[in-house]
Design a protein around this ligand. Sequence first.
Ligand SMILES: CC(C)(COP(=O)(O)OP(=O)(O)OC[C@H]1O[C@@H](n2cnc3c(N)ncnc32)[C@H](O)[C@@H]1OP(=O)(O)O)[C@@H](O)C(=O)NCCC(=O)NCCS
Length: 141
Amino acid sequence: MIKEVSYNDILSLFKDYKEDYIISMSNNSKYYAYELNNKYIGFICILDLDTELEIIDVFIEPKYQGNGYGDKLLKYILDNYKNRNYFLEVNVNNERAINLYKKNGFEILTIRKHYYKDEDAYVMSKGGEIHEWCLYTRNWK
Ligand SMILES: CC(C)(COP(=O)(O)OP(=O)(O)OC[C@H]1O[C@@H](n2cnc3c(N)ncnc32)[C@H](O)[C@@H]1OP(=O)(O)O)[C@@H](O)C(=O)NCCC(=O)NCCS
């Protein structure tokens, strides 16, 4: 089951992974968590920008990865926030996540050098072009 939770819920549910995966929040960022057998095993964070929607993060606890839960979280967002220009940044070396996004219709739009300190990020989008400011003014990590 997927349900909306607060930023503070995420901080306490996934505190062991805070360093790596809990980034930030803004007034309109939203979190949805995946509940499996009364345990929260992952979440997705989005930033709802009206016509545009940014996928800020998707995370599944390591022992539950590879079982389709990340895919379900992403599809939940695509189903519940329809007809948007979706975009996201992903480490160019994160093959698993890139595959997940490609499988759901995302394409690589451009590359942002040194987005993650020493590593680069792809900007991926689905549904259309994104405004130029998205490529230059955001830096979450
Ligand atoms: C990326 C992540 C969210 C994917 O969630 P998941 O539940 O493990 O992935 P799923 O089981 O739903 O798999 C969905 C797709 O991802 C890809 N994928 C999954 N495991 C993979 C692997 N080991 N190698 C390559 N691609 C893989 C495949 O395309 C897969 O679709 P398929 O099974 O039809 O081939 C999860 O691995 C994770 O939390 N990773 C650490 C955090 C992270 O990197 N988040 C992304 C930040 S942008």
